[in-house]
Design a protein around this ligand. Structure first.
Ligand SMILES: Nc1ncnc2c1ncn2[C@@H]1O[C@H](COP(=O)(O)OP(=O)(O)OP(=O)(O)O)[C@@H](O)[C@H]1O
Ligand SMILES: [Mg+2]
Length: 258
């Protein structure tokens, strides 16, 4: 349902970015020949350190970035040739997308529902369900500006799910959340999996990947160095837990780059 074939994404760096990244090269290969496929009814996790290329990959899947090379299809639709079709079937959550601070979660939810062409009754039903699940009812009429980080994140998640999409693409969904709230998010992702939806998440939290994901793709320096179920990864690396497996792969593949 998501097919990524040989995705490469190269950013052109400004002089300022070159100075910031202490590099003389004016190009950065953020995704390097990544291929993977994820199916309905599974939670696929992209696991990798800061700067590995997780957000870049997910932004390409969500049609927000054009690949430099390679193709991606979502529910059979090419992300470059049919981006509107792809957008209809996905929900994309990233920490860079901010809700308008002057409006309330309820207002934003209804607004995005209408943008998706939903009728008022269906929007109300979805809102009641999602606001109840994520505990948003108590602050649904407050300005987003006045909410805590966790409250904002919960509101963003609920808004991104308004249209009940088939494919859910969440970039570090539990970022900044306490364990109670993080659990309500991961529980909801499991519920989506039970409904037969496809969920793809990025994380650098090993325990989250271990517990939540059916399959894990490990990304280091823009390359997918391994993917599989947790037990497949442990067997292939001869380790007992994901953190050890990750460091084995990190030692091997970070060396290659140096
Ligand atoms: N718009 C951009 N212009 C230039 N370089 C970028 C841009 N966005 C990301 N990069 C670079 O591409 C690389 C991959 O970044 P990306 O955000 O995809 O990593 P990530 O795995 O999501 O990391 P994190 O865990 O910190 O969120 C990094 O080296 C980053 O500095
Ligand atoms: Mg990121």
């Amino acid at each position: 349902m998501i097919e990524i074939n040989n995705l490469t994404k190269v950013y052109k760096l400004s002089k300022k970015q070159m100075a910031e990244q202490k590099t003389k090269k004016n190009m950065k290969k953020a995704a390097d020949d990544i291929s993977l496929s994820a199916k309905k009814g599974e939670i696929y996790g992209l696991l990798g350190p800061n700067g590995a290329g997780k957000t870049t990959t997910l932004r390409c899947v969500a049609t927000l970035l054009k690949p430099t090379a390679g193709e991606i299809t979502v529910c059979g639709h090419d992300t470059v040739k049919e981006p509107e079709k792809v957008r209809e079937s996905i929900s994309f959550l990233t920490n860079e997308i901010k809700l308008d601070p002057q409006f309330s979660p309820k207002y934003m939810f209804n607004f995005f529902g209408r943008l998706h062409g939903m009728d008022e009754k269906t929007i109300d039903k979805r809102r009641e369900l999602l606001f109840e699940h994520f505990g948003i009812n108590d602050f649904q009429d407050k300005k987003i500006d006045e909410l805590s980080t966790g409250m904002k994140q919960k509101a963003s998640i609920a808004v991104s799910l308004v249209h009940d999409p088939e494919v859910v693409i969440f970039d570090e969904p539990t970022n900044g959340l306490d364990i109670v709230t993080a659990r309500s998010v991961t529980d909801y992702l499991k519920l989506l999996r039970e409904e037969g939806k496809l969920v793809i998440v990025s994380t650098h939290i090993m325990s989250e990947a271990e517990k939540l994901c059916d399959r894990i793709g490990i990304i280091i320096n823009g390359r997918k160095v391994m993917d599989g179920t947790l037990s497949e990864i442990l067997t292939a690396t001869g380790t007992d837990d994901l953190e050890d497996a990750f460091f084995e792969l990190y030692k091997e593949h970070n060396k290659e780059e140096a």
